[in-house]
Design a protein around this ligand. Structure first.
Ligand code: STX
Length: 320
């Protein structure tokens, strides 16, 4: 069994100015002379956490984590009025990664991402294949309309009807037949804090109840923090309402740009947030992909069956 590597503290961290008033929190852990890897968190808007450091052998990896614009320790935080969502898009994040890579004087890095992190990893790798040494992906998500509709317009609600009822609670009855991502946009930006805050908690709560095969109180609690929920919901909703600024199917259409880059995908069979079909579609589009389907896992990276597969993948790719 490969469990987490021990908890470690960064040997270096900072805030990087990336434009439009944004400061992005970054940190480095592990071996400064090790193989560079960048960890891309999910959401978007989820932020990175100390446990994410423990997916990589600290003796062999130079581990870079950062919080994407507007969330985690990056400023301004999207729970505050100062944050501007117009300058927060997929392509801003890809550019921020290049800025950070250059700031840290890294030539090429492994790109590790789960869920939205896998989306950003694919967007980055297809834009900068020469900077991407390997891809390690989990819960693959490409923001196609069918993927968004599955999770936000009723599909997954068939499996979690009681959680889905709570997602629908803030939606006015007269609007329940509309695109719920669009309805939630109006709720999340309503000037009345009672409206936008309860919408944020309902949006985030839906995700926290569906992330894992079994309920996890620690996740339910983390997603109930008002500041976390408001930034998470506003950022996710903004990205999904805009289709991630992709053409429909773009990431799979352009997967050939990744040919020659080793790609390992770990996917939970019972992932309700990002069902396994997308990981399968990626393997068809990028035939060299090593696809590992974990039979008894949901979406989260720390599902008991998923974590050892992720660590086994980073171990195999670590070299040295
Ligand atoms: N969002 C999928 C996603 O990227 C629709 C994601 N879901 N939860 C997370 O990320 C965290 C647990 C990382 C916040």
């Amino acid at each position: 069994m490969n469990g987490f590597y021990p908890e470690i503290e960064p040997y270096r961290h900072g805030m990087l100015s990336v434009g439009e008033g944004n400061e992005v929190y970054w940190e480095e852990c592990g071996n400064p002379n090790g193989k560079p890897v960048v960890f891309l968190h999910g959401g978007p808007g989820g932020g990175s956490s100390a446990k994410n450091r423990c997916l990589f052998d600290p003796a062999r990896y130079r581990i870079v984590l950062f919080d994407q614009r507007g969330c985690g320790r990056s400023t301004p935080h999207c729970s505050t009025p100062e944050a501007d969502l117009a300058s927060n898009t997929t392509w801003h994040l890809v550019a921020d990664m290049e800025r950070l890579r250059e700031h840290l004087e890294i030539d090429r890095w492994q790109v590790f991402g789960g869920s939205w992190g896998s989306t950003l990893a694919l967007a980055y790798g297809e834009t900068h294949p020469e900077r991407t040494s390997e891809l390690v992906l989990r819960g693959v998500f490409t923001l196609r309309k069918a993927e968004l509709d599955w999770f936000y317009n009723g599909g997954a609600g068939n499996l979690f009807p009681e959680a889905w009822a709570r997602f629908l609670e803030p939606v006015p009855v007269a609007r329940r037949g509309e695109d719920l991502i669009a309805v939630y946009h109006d709720l999340l930006h309503d000037p009345d804090p009672a409206v936008h805050q309860s919408a944020a908690l309902a949006w985030s709560g839906w995700e926290s109840r569906t992330l894992t095969l079994r309920p996890r109180q620690d996740l339910l609690d983390a997603f109930s923090s008002p500041e976390f929920a408001l930034a998470f919901a506003r950022i996710e909703n903004h990205y999904f309402r805009n289709g991630g600024w992709f053409e429909e199917g773009q990431l799979l259409r352009d997967a050939g740009k990744l040919s020659g880059i080793p790609c390992v995908v770990v996917q939970g069979r019972y992932d309700v947030v990002t069902p396994a079909k997308t990981a399968w579609d990626l393997k068809q589009a990028l035939p060299g992909t090593e696809l590992i389907i974990v039979g008894d896992s949901g979406h989260s990276f720390d599902e008991p069956g998923t974590l050892p597969e992720l660590i086994s993948a980073t171990d195999r790719l670590a070299g040295g």
